[in-house]
Each structure stands twice: as structure tokens, then as C-alpha cells.
Design a protein around this ligand. Structure first.
Ligand code: NAP
Length: 269
């Protein structure tokens, strides 16, 4: 599908983060206009200054009603043709030790907020003619990984949400996409996660790889896109034969717990 990038107005949540910033740089380079969203106004202003073209910032906490209202108000002034839901947080470690308030914040950020934003912006996107919604999921939206229970719940939810809309809106002008990066070199991953990935031999991509994949996915009109091998194979095997992946991950559990359960202990001490 040839996308006329210079005619796109793309709202990117999490634009102040590693993957969101890489997506912003890629899309601005292709000629799109952007609405950059995040909570860190200094980072967003710095990004805005450094991008070619004309863009807008909507600094907001998307887990609050006021924050969502602010983003939607900016979108009425600058109607988007594309929504990229990239904002996200993680909580790793021993499930029993993570306070429920932090789990609720994670679910609101990673799942409720993109659902709310998508619903609030649907009328605007429908008026745009052909439009696009890309939800940034994760390999962990297909594989339940130990010490990531809440994060996996949010990303499995986001995948189900997207899949439902891909089917429900199949005959509409709004096109839904699910993009699943594997581990990527950004601030969401603590030193403990980076060390665990090294110990397990898991690859970590630069965020630009995710931005390139997003463009390839949209241009190829692929509703689902999983980055990286063997991750995309494991996701398929997990779907068909979860017992095989149970055994593989349970074997790795001592290594995973060595790196990740100390994190929750530190947080609580
Ligand atoms: N990095 C990975 O290994 C990896 C792998 C698979 C999937 N992903 C997914 O990729 C997406 C982007 O993550 P990243 O790696 O770029 O992480 P990151 O560098 O930590 O960026 C996270 C972004 O989310 C924004 N955000 C968090 N809470 C928010 C809130 N309440 N309101 C508004 N914005 C909020 C942050 O903005 P502020 O800091 O300005 O608040 C930041 O821009 C996430 O959905 C993540 O789950 C990441």
C-alpha cells in the first residue's frame, strides 16, 4: 500500500521514549506531520526542535481524564490520520511483591489508555478518509514470560483488542495494526533486564529497527508484525503448543529469577 506520508498527521504517544522517538524521527523524515505526546515536556520540546517539518506537542499524562481530554483537544485542532499507541511502562519481578497500585498504573498506561484514546479518536480518524491505528505490543503479548505477569497481561490484552478491531472495522476506512517488538534498547529496560537478556542470549534491537518495521508493516498492509527471529517462531509455537514453551522457560527460570526477583526486593526495601 503506497502511503502518502506527506499527507499523514500522526499522533504518537510515548514520543519522549526510545521507540516513540525513533518512530517520530522516521515518520518526520518521510514527510509526515506529527503530534508528539508524553509527560516529559522538556524531552518533547527538544525532539520537536530537532525534527524536520512542522509538528505539534501535546504534553499529557494519558492515564488521567484531563490528560486524555488535552490530547483529544489538540487532535480536534490538528486532526490525525494515524494514531501510534507506543506509550508504555513495565513492572518486573516477583509477582507477589509488586504493589497492586503499580499493577493498576501499568494496566491503565498500557491497555486502558490506548483503548480510550482509540475510542475517543475514532470519529476524527473516520473523517480523515483512510486512516491508521498502530498499537505497539510486544513479544510478551504472545508469550507469558516469568516475572512479567502484569506486563504480559497488558500486552496480551492489547493484542486481543487490536485483533478484534482489525475484524470489526475490516470494511471501514480505519485500518488497525499490531506491531510486536522484541527486547529493544530503551529506558524501559532496567540494567537487570539488560543483564538477564545477555545471560539468556536474547537479542536487543536498536529502537530504529522498530520504526523501520512500522513503516514496512504499514506499507505492506500487514495487520500483525512480530520483530525478530526466533521470537516470532516462539510466539507461534506458544500459540499452538504452549507446553513446549512452558518447558523451555521453566528451564530458564533460575536465571530469570536471579536477575529479576532482586529488583522487587530492592523496590520494597
Ligand atoms: N523496549 C523494549 O524492550 C520493548 C519491547 C517490546 C515492546 N515495547 C513497547 O514499546 C513501547 C515503547 O516503549 P519504549 O521502549 O520506548 O520505553 P520508554 O523509552 O520507557 O518510553 C516509554 C514512553 O511511554 C510514555 N509514558 C509512560 N507513561 C505515560 C503516561 N502515563 N502518559 C503519557 N505517556 C506515558 C513515556 O513518556 P514520559 O516519560 O514523557 O512520561 C515514554 O515516552 C511500550 O509500549 C513498550 O511496552 C518495548
Amino acid at each position: 500500500m503506497a502511503i502518502q506520508w506527506q499527507h499523514q498527521v500522526c499522533l504518537i504517544t510515548g514520543a519522549s521514549g526510545g521507540i516513540g522517538e525513533a518512530i517520530a524521527r522516521k515518520l518526520a523524515g518521510l514527510g509526515a506531520s506529527l503530534i508528539l505526546t508524553g509527560r516529559n515536556s522538556a524531552k518533547l520540546s527538544e525532539l520537536l526542535e530537532s525534527l524536520p517539518g512542522r509538528h505539534t506537542v501535546a504534553c499529557a499524562d494519558i492515564t488521567t481524564a484531563d490528560g486524555l481530554d488535552k490530547v483529544v483537544a489538540v487532535c480536534h485542532e490538528h486532526p490525525p490520520t494515524m494514531l501510534v499507541n507506543s506509550a508504555g511502562i513495565n513492572e518486573i519481578g516477583d509477582f507477589s511483591a509488586i504493589p497492586m497500585a503499580r499493577i493498576e498504573a501499568l494496566l491503565t498506561t498500557n491497555l486502558t489508555a490506548p483503548i480510550a484514546l482509540t475510542q475517543r479518536l475514532l470519529p476524527v480518524l473516520q473523517r480523515a478518509g483512510k486512516s491508521y491505528v498502530v498499537n505497539v505490543g510486544s513479544t510478551f503479548g504472545s508469550i507469558g514470560f516469568p516475572c512479567h505477569a502484569a506486563y504480559c497481561a497488558s500486552k496480551f490484552g492489547l493484542r486481543g483488542f487490536t485483533e478484534s478491531l482489525i475484524r470489526e472495522y475490516a470494511h471501514s476506512s480505519v485500518n488497525f495494526f499490531y506491531l510486536a517488538p522484541r527486547a529493544t534498547q530503551t529506558a524501559i529496560n532496567s540494567d537487570a533486564v539488560v543483564s538477564m537478556n545477555k545471560a539468556l542470549g536474547n537479542q536487543m534491537d536498536p529502537p530504529e529497527r522498530v520504526a523501520d518495521a512500522l513503516v514496512a508493516q504499514l506499507e505492506g498492509n500487514k495487520s500483525r508484525w512480530f520483530i525478530g527471529f526466533p521470537e516470532k517462531l516462539f510466539a507461534r509455537i506458544n500459540g499452538a503448543f504452549p507446553g513446549i514453551v512452558d518447558r523451555a522457560l521453566i528451564k530458564k527460570l533460575p536465571v530469570i529469577q536471579r536477575f529479576l526477583t532482586s529488583v522487587t526486593k530492592e523496590k520494597l526495601s
